[in-house]
Design a protein around this ligand. Structure first.
Ligand code: NAD
Ligand code: USQ
Length: 398
C-alpha cells in the first residue's frame, strides 16, 4: 500500500513508519518537525541521541535498500500543499500521528492551551477536508487516546468507542442506539482528542471517509526491531516533566538514581502498551482498512492496565532506587479503577507483549547507556492544571 505517515518523525510515528516500510509498504513521512523545535523551546532533549531527518532517511536506505521520503509540512497551516501532496501521492492510507500530544505541555499556559487546540483540531480538520476535496478513497488511521473515556471508576470494561444506550421514545417504546462513549478529558490535550472524534463522526457520515480511530494507552519502551538496525535510526525517549510519560520517566529516573516521581497517592490506574505492540497495531489497522465502512471504527490500542504506584514499586525493586511522593500537579482522581476491551486488535492478530521485569530491565539499561544526557532539572513536572495545584505543590515542598 501507499501510505502517508503524518507525524512520522515522532516517538510513535518514526518506528511505525519503519515497520510499515519493512512490511513492504511504500511510505512517505510528513512532519513539520515541530516536536524538535519544542525540545529547543523547553531546553531539553530526548534521552537518546536522535539523528536529523536526512540522516535517518540515509540510514534506512543503507540498511534496507528501500527509500522513505520525508515532506516537511505543517498539517494545521499548509492546507494547499497538503491537498497537493494527496493529489500527487494518491495514498491508500494516511496514518495521522501529527498532533501536540503531551498533557502537561497543553496545560503550561494559555498560549500552550491555544497552540494545542489550534494545532490538533486544524490539523485533523485540514486532513479530512483535503481528502474530500481531492475525491480520493483514503483510509485514515488516527491516533487517539484512552484518555477520552476519562478515569471515573465505573463497573464496566470500557467498550471500543461506542456505548449502546436504550431510552423510551415519546410513545413509551424502547429505542436503542450506539453513541460515542461519553467523553471526560483530563487535559486540554485530551480534550482535542475528544473533539477529533466529532470531526471523524461528521466526515464519515457526510462524506463516507473510511476512518479508524485508535484509542491508545500510554506507550512505553523505545526501540523496535527496525530502529535498532542502525544507531542513526534510534527512536526518541522523552523523560522530561512535559513530554515524558509515566513508565518511561520511572525507567530513566531509576537509571540516574532519581527518586521515582509518583504523583499523589499513585492510585491512578492507566492503560499501557509497549512500543513494539503499538507499531504492530498500526500495521494491523492499516492492513485491515478494507473492513472499515460507514461508522468510524474505534479500537482500544492498549494491552494492560496498571496502577502508577505498582509500577513505581516494580521499577524501584529492579533498580534499587527510592520512590518519592510528589504533590500531584494535575487535577485528577487520586484513585481509580480501569478495565477496557481490546477485542478488535486481538481479533486482527495482536499477540500482546506483557510488561515484565526482563523488559523493564532492558529499558533501564538503555537509559543507563545515555544517562549522561539526562538533565535532572527537567525531571520535575512543573505544569500545574490549576492555581490550587500550584499552591498545593508549594505547600508540600515547604
Ligand atoms: P511526538 O510528539 O513524539 O510526535 C508527534 C509528531 O507529529 C512530531 O514529530 C511532530 O513534529 C509532528 N507534528 C505535530 N504537529 C504537527 C503538524 N501540525 N504538522 C505536521 N507535523 C506535526 O508524539 P508521539 O508520542 O509520537 O504521539 C503520536 C500520536 O500518538 C499523537 O497523536 C498522540 O496523541 C498519540 N498517542 C501517544 C501516546 C504516547 O504514549 N506517546 C499514547 C497514546 C496516543
Ligand atoms: N504520573 C506520575 N508521575 C510522573 C508522571 C506521571 O505519577 O512522573 C501520573 C500522572 O499524574 C497520571 C499518569 O501518571 O496519573 C499518566 O501520566 P502520563 O504522563 O504517563 O500520561 P498522559 O498524560 O495521560 O499522556 C500520555 C501521552 C498521551 C496519551 C496518553 C494515553 O502523553 O499522548 O494520549 O498517555 S492515556 O493516558 O491512556 O490517555
Amino acid at each position: 500500500m501507499r501510505i502517508l505517515v503524518l507525524g512520522g518523525d515522532g516517538f510513535c510515528g518514526w518506528p511505525s513508519a519503519l515497520h510499515l516500510a519493512a512490511s513492504g509498504h511504500d511510505v512517505t513521512i510528513v512532519d513539520s518537525l515541530v516536536r524538535r523545535k519544542i525540545d529547543d523551546e523547553l531546553g531539553v532533549h530526548s534521552l537518546t541521541p536522535i539523528h536529523s531527518p536526512a540522516e535517518r532517511m540515509t540510514a534506512w536506505h543503507e540498511v534496507s535498500g528501500e527509500r522513505i521520503e520525508i515532506v516537511e509540512l505543517d498539517l494545521a497551516r499548509d492546507y494547499d500543499p497538503l491537498a497537493e501532496l494527496l493529489r500527487t501521492t494518491r495514498p491508500d492510507t494516511v496514518v495521522h500521528f501529527a498532533e501536540q500530544r503531551a498533557a502537561p505541555y497543553s496545560m503550561k499556559s494559555p498560549a500552550h492551551k491555544r497552540y494545542t487546540v489550534d494545532n490538533n483540531l486544524n490539523g485533523t480538520h485540514n486532513l479530512l477536508a483535503a481528502i474530500v476535496e481531492t475525491g480520493l478513497d483514503v483510509h485514515v488511521v488516527h491516533l487517539g487516546t484512552m484518555g477520552v473515556y476519562g478515569y471515573e471508576t465505573v463497573p464496566v470494561d470500557l467498550p471500543e468507542g461506542y456505548l449502546t444506550v436504550s431510552y423510551p421514545d415519546r410513545n413509551g417504546e424502547m429505542r436503542s442506539r450506539d453513541i460515542l462513549y461519553p467523553t471526560q478529558p483530563g487535559s486540554v490535550y485530551h480534550l482535542t482528542k475528544s473533539l477529533d472524534q466529532l470531526l471523524f463522526q461528521f466526515y464519515a457520515r457526510n462524506d463516507g471517509i473510511r476512518i479508524t480511530d485508535l484509542h491508545q494507552g500510554i506507550v512505553w519502551g523505545t526501540q523496535t526491531d527496525e530502529t535498532a538496525r542502525d544507531p542513526r535510526l534510534i527512536n526518541r525517549f522523552d523523560y522530561d516533566g512535559d513530554f515524558g510519560t509515566v513508565l518511561n520517566r520511572f525507567l530513566v529516573e531509576a537509571a540516574v538514581g532519581h527518586p521515582l516521581t509518583v504523583h499523589g497517592t499513585g492510585g491512578q490506574t492507566r492503560a499501557f502498551i509497549n512500543i513494539r505492540d503499538s507499531i504492530r497495531c498500526i500495521r494491523l489497522a492499516v492492513e485491515s482498512g478494507s473492513e472499515v465502512n460507514g461508522q468510524v471504527r474505534v479500537m482500544n490500542q492498549m494491552t494492560e492496565t496498571h496502577r502508577v504506584a505498582d509500577l513505581a514499586e516494580l521499577v524501584a525493586a529492579l533498580a534499587g532506587c527510592e520512590v518519592a511522593t510528589v504533590s500531584n500537579p494535575r487535577k485528577e482522581a487520586d484513585e481509580n479503577q480501569l478495565a477496557a476491551r481490546n477485542d478488535l486488535l486481538l481479533g486482527l492478530g495482536l499477540d500482546p507483549i506483557r510488561l515484565d521485569s526482563e523488559l523493564l530491565s532492558a529499558e533501564i539499561e538503555i537509559a543507563r547507556k545515555y544517562a549522561e544526557r539526562v538533565d535532572r532539572n527537567h525531571i520535575p513536572c512543573t505544569s500545574y492544571w490549576t492555581e490550587d495545584r500550584r499552591n498545593a505543590a508549594q505547600e508540600h515542598d515547604r
